[in-house]
Design a protein around this ligand. Sequence first.
Ligand SMILES: Cc1cc2nc3c(=O)[nH]c(=O)nc-3n(C[C@H](O)[C@H](O)[C@H](O)COP(=O)(O)OP(=O)(O)OC[C@H]3O[C@@H](n4cnc5c(N)ncnc54)[C@H](O)[C@@H]3O)c2cc1C
Length: 405
Amino acid sequence: MTEQTKVVVIGGGIVGCSVLYGLAKRGVTDAVLLERRQLTSGSTWHAAGNTTYFGPYPAMTRLFTGSIKTYLEAEALSGQSVGFHQTGSLRLATSAAELEAYRGLEALYDELGIPYHVISPEEVAAIYPLLNLEGVHGAAHTPTDGHVDASGATYALAKAARQLGATIRTNSPVTGIERAGAGWRVHLEGGTIEAEHVVLAASFWARELAQQIGLDLPLYALQHHEVITGPVKDLQGLTEELPTVRDPRAPANIRQERDGFLCGVYEQNPKFWATEGIPKDFTEELLPPELDRLMPEMERVIERLPCFGDAGIKTVNNGPICYTPDGLPLLGPVAGHDGMWLASGFTVGIGTGGGAGDYLAHWIATGAPEFELSMTSPARFPKTMPRDEVLNRIKSAYEAGYSLK
Ligand SMILES: Cc1cc2nc3c(=O)[nH]c(=O)nc-3n(C[C@H](O)[C@H](O)[C@H](O)COP(=O)(O)OP(=O)(O)OC[C@H]3O[C@@H](n4cnc5c(N)ncnc54)[C@H](O)[C@@H]3O)c2cc1C
């Protein structure tokens, strides 16, 4: 049986659901999202949910700032909580050059109407007395961001999209994509859908799906760890949740998780996962944790936040995370393939997914992007790149952590 629709979105993570919601919000309800298993089954379910407003690239900052806005909008419409904790964030400057670069962004945040302050080490200490600020020159403080429940946000987007008239089909793996006249034919196990537009929001699975139409997408999955501690004595009795801290020296992000900490670590010499193809039997399981590999970074985390070291480690999550050679997503139309759109390769898909979905939906619905964002254009990479070069550049992008390129 062949069905017809205007847009097919492939992938039910936070990005795909955000695109669908953005389309439905603009009246494009003739849109179907197809998800292989359940919503959030890819990287989204195990993400820490950090959603900062800080972006080192001015052009990307609108995706960061647009994300929380989109999640809260979907929450209001659907009644599904996105679990937003407005803790604010501190991006530490571990050199004078970093502090200067943070200052250079002040005008942008003024223009966007987002509170953003570059503060002294003394002011950092007043906000976060538990930090050891040796070698810290100051920080960028974004007091109105924080973290969301990544699954809650995805379900809120999905529910709001459905309420507006869009369709979601779970347990519906796409088995093939091909050209059909001016549009596209998408094959499922039990049928076919013809669509004017197809959005590939399938993260690291997008590579193999795109190969079917002759595209060689430069994206692969790396292993990424987050470490969750047990209760921390120094957190007892705090009346307000601490801000999220991003430390370029570790490099790591640390936020409060109930009465303990949750720390995402960018280790040097990271390991890839499934470079020969995503295993067909992969569902949504985590990968075996390899805490030993994180020791140098964890030592720097403990130097920065000594009470982290007093807490026992409760959980270590190692999950696949999608990366492109410059660490930025592939977001936009595919040149020479009218009606084919990419929304894949997100490394901070919770932080940027809401804004990115809105950006792409606007483009599909109106025929033009809302603002200039060529740094995420799929056309910024050559049509094919040697695999070693892709892998080496991905490794460097990951290792760079929070350094400013
Ligand atoms: C440990 C860890 C912590 C993280 N913490 C954060 C954080 O704090 N903040 C942040 O911004 N990011 C974080 N991330 C990254 C974040 O998880 C991802 O950037 C984000 O989830 C990507 O969303 P997505 O929708 O692009 O991909 P996914 O969530 O992977 O969704 C892709 C979907 O496509 C589906 N799919 C694949 N193939 C097919 C097919 N053939 N047919 C139909 N459907 C298909 C999959 O089942 C999947 O549901 C973290 C990652 C890890 C590993």
